[in-house]
Design a protein around this ligand. Structure first.
Ligand code: ADP
Ligand code: ZN
Ligand code: ZN
Length: 724
């Protein structure tokens, strides 16, 4: 007997075949089974699919093809259990909601090696894993553990609510309030209550949080063995990723710690999901299937019957809004932990605003800030300086003729990097030696405009050149060594291990001033830092991106959290903000560390303007050889949508509920010689927007063949975009 088996194969968007293909087999196979199937001239791994295309669900995918000569399934992935129905549903939902093909989502969801390894290779991997686990469990219980501290009343209350409530929960706690301790203990309970329970903990950037991983290992490995905590993030090699994936899928991994990709980890007994720093933009994927791991985590929690904890000191406005009082329609339970805890931790730092309109013109460091830094360093304390641009100067310019270091491939300036004397485009990578004279007029005297991390590092070192560090023996007497300045940004940490080395130098007290981009704001626990300075943060106040203030607020809050972690230093720590708008409400709220006040004012603005979370958005982006073609495509596709859908039964309401904006060039209009345009689609009704987008897909697809759209390279829908 021969049975027809629908198989989902990982294929890119708009692939000619797939993602649902029919194969044959001698016997029926349970849905979720991982199988090896021929695809064209090669073989890949697919998932036996339970095709009940829901009316909306499958429209993004090509219909099940009954090609005349069906090919047989090559084999089952031996020793790998089928994926569970909830996992398959998650994948299908992600594809439907984010308007992607299931094949594209499957690419994001399955580890590369699972798809690529031969049967023999995979068998060897499985055997090696099993051996390692056996060895591990023999050793377990021998390690010294990270004993749990006695909980604070706030932590006790939060944990009790998590225990009894059903969630989702927003754990709204200051940096250093002990949120991580709450995650650890909530996870501990879940594991002790059910023999095979699993916990997923997501963080925005796991490379920056080895401390978190260490804390989980110290807490769980003694009891649950060395394979009980695994990581999943893009910094891992493919074999490592496969190992983690299998450990989670087969069960020995009880805790998966990972970045956004981990939301797709196969965890058959998932009972708790933690999304730490839930507001962080990196939870939203910016390429391929543009999913939000935070939002998928909430959905997944429902599918798997797992509780979900979102944690943040500065929640996203969406989450804040959803966690309002239940009587007002809130759907999440808000848990408050306003106080900082831990060994000798202190109150949040004092916030100082320096009015730059009253400071010497052109000063990068205002005199009062500089004086404060000198005093701190003189006492053996450390300072952090934030600047959101890397490189030496964002633009090189000629005052004689007005030439600027524009990138010839992008609508952007190339950044001057003094270290290797290059001009580099941060968008397309185009790099040149710095010209000796102006390329336009030959003027030898070309100068810089604006400042990046490299220049700030150089400048502060000069300003502090006369200062000596305190001696290691007697802090009050300088030992004669010059002040040490270090820089952490994407350039200084490019080499493997560089970030860790820099961090170790800061922790070891070898560095007095650390200059960096937002990379240094996240998650690091610098105990001797008592002063944090944002030297030029105003840009976000004028940004066209309506989420810029929200991001600035959370960045500065996070930065503030870096200071004052150690009361033994005895000093009141400070955050300095240099601004031309000291009275701006954002800074006023920040001074009180009053996120709720800031959030309320932002939400009011959003409500008045009808923006998320009071509306739902999607963005269609088009890339083409010319801007005309990119826009023509969007215009044609939207006109076609209106005229076609108007004729459909019952669609008047949907069309009325969905608003299409004009096609416009994107903020970064040209990158690597590709012109980019976008069209915003908005609705107060999420369901209407979803229906519209699903129905629009095929129309968009066929519009690309119109003559006016010649030169179109690609297009894609971004649902719930974070950068508009
Ligand atoms: P958050 O995740 O909110 O920033 P953490 O959980 O990392 O806070 O806690 C901050 C510091 O306080 C850590 O060093 C942690 O070990 C410590 N800590 C947390 N809870 C307690 C507690 N109940 N008693 C003592 N120290 C604690
Ligand atoms: Zn010139
Ligand atoms: Zn460029």
């Amino acid at each position: 007997m021969v049975v027809h088996i629908p198989v989902l194969v990982p294929t890119p968007a708009h692939a000619a075949i797939g993602p649902l293909l029919t194969y044959t087999a001698a016997d029926p196979l349970p849905p979720g089974s991982l199988v090896r199937v021929p695809l064209g001239s090669r073989e890949t791994v697919g998932i036996v699919w339970n095709v009940q295309p829901s009316p909306e669900g499958a429209n993004a995918d090509s219909p099940l093809l009954g090609t005349p000569a069906l090919r047989p399934i090559a084999g089952l992935l031996e020793g790998v259990a089928p994926l569970c129905p909830a996992w398959c549903q998650l994948l299908a939902f992600a594809a439907q909601y984010y308007q992607r093909s299931m094949g594209e989502v499957a690419i994001a969801a399955l580890p590369l090696q699972l798809r690529d390894l031969t049967t023999q290779q995979l068998a060897r991997r499985l055997a090696a894993n099993a051996k390692q686990i056996a060895k591990g469990s023999a050793q377990s219980g021998t390690q010294t553990d990270g004993a749990a501290p006695a909980l604070t009343p706030e932590q006790i209350t939060a944990l009790a609510r998590i225990q009894t409530g059903s969630g989702p929960f927003l754990l709204f706690g200051a940096t250093g309030s002990g949120k991580t301790e709450v995650y650890l203990q909530a996870a501990m309970r879940v594991l002790s209550e059910e023999p095979h329970a699993q916990v997923l903990v997501m963080v925005p950037e796991i490379n920056l949080t080895p401390q978190l991983e260490a804390r989980f290992r110290a807490r769980f490995e003694p009891q649950y063995g060395p394979s009980s905590v695994v990581s999943m993030h893009s910094g891992m090699s493919n074999p490592q990723r496969l190992r983690s994936w299998l450990a989670a899928h087969q069960g020995p991994a009880r805790i998966v710690l990972g970045t956004r990709m981990a939301v797709f980890a196969s965890m058959p007994r998932l009972r708790l999901i933690v999304v730490d720093e839930e507001h962080d933009p990196s939870y939203k994927s910016s390429e391929g299937a543009r999913y939000s791991a935070r939002d998928l985590a909430l959905y997944r929690g429902r599918l798997d019957g797992a509780k979900v904890i979102l944690g943040s000191a500065t929640p996203s406005l969406e989450t804040w809004y959803h966690s309002r009082e239940a009587a007002q329609g809130g759907r999440y339970e808000r848990l408050l932990m306003p106080s900082r805890v831990g060994q000798g931790a202190m109150a949040l730092p004092l916030l100082r605003r320096v009015d730059m309109t009253h400071q010497p013109k052109g000063a990068v460091f205002s005199p009062p800030l500089l004086e404060a830094m000198r005093q701190r360093i003189g006492r053996g304390e450390q300072c952090l300086v934030f600047i959101n641009r890397r490189g030496y100067a964002p633009v090189l310019r000629c005052d004689a003729c007005g030439w600027k270091s524009a990138c010839s491939h992008c609508s952007a300036f190339r950044v001057f990097h003094k270290i290797d004397r290059t001009l580099r485009c941060h968008h397309c990578g185009f790099t040149d030696k710095v010209p000796k004279a102006c390329p336009e007029c030959g003027n030898l005297d070309i100068g810089t405009q604006g400042r990046g991390t490299e220049q700030v590092e150089e400048h502060i070192a000069e300003l502090l050149a006369d200062l000596r560090r305190p001696g290691s023996q007697s802090p009050q007497y300088p030992d004669g060594e010059p002040v040490r300045v270090a820089r952490i940004d994407a350039d200084s940490t490019r080499l493997k291990g560089a970030l860790q080395a820099h961090m170790a130098a800061v922790h070891g007290g070898e560095v007095d001033v650390l200059v960096g981009t937002q990379m240094i704001a996240k998650g690091h626990d610098f105990r001797r830092v008592t002063l944090v300075a944002a030297i030029n943060p105003d840009g976000a106040l004028y940004s066209v991106d309506y989420r810029a203030p929200e991001r600035l607020f959370s960045l500065l809050m996070q930065a503030a959290g870096r200071a004052g972690r150690d009361a033994s230093l005895g000093a009141q720590s400070e955050v300095w903000i240099q601004t031309h708008q000291p009275a701006h409400p954002l800074y006023a709220a920040l001074k009180q560390y009053d996120y709720p006040a800031f959030a309320e004012s932002q939400l009011q603005e959003r409500q008045q303007a009808g923006m998320p979370p009071f509306s739902f958005q999607a963005l269609v982006r088009a890339e083409a050889r010319t801007q005309e073609a990119a826009q023509a495509f969007l215009v044609a596709a939207s006109a076609a949508a209106r005229s076609e859908m108007a004729a459909w039964d019952g669609w008047t309401e949907i069309l009325q509920a969905v608003f299409l904006y004009s096609a416009v060039p994107m903020g970064m209009q040209r990158v690597a010689n590709v012109e980019r345009a976008q069209m915003l689609v908005e609705s107060a009704n999420r369901g209407a927007l979803q229906k519209f987008l699903a129905a629009w897909q095929p129309i968009l697809h066929s519009s690309r063949k119109l003559p006016a759209c010649k030169g179109l390279i690609r297009w894609a829908i971004d649902v719930d975009p974070v950068l508009v």
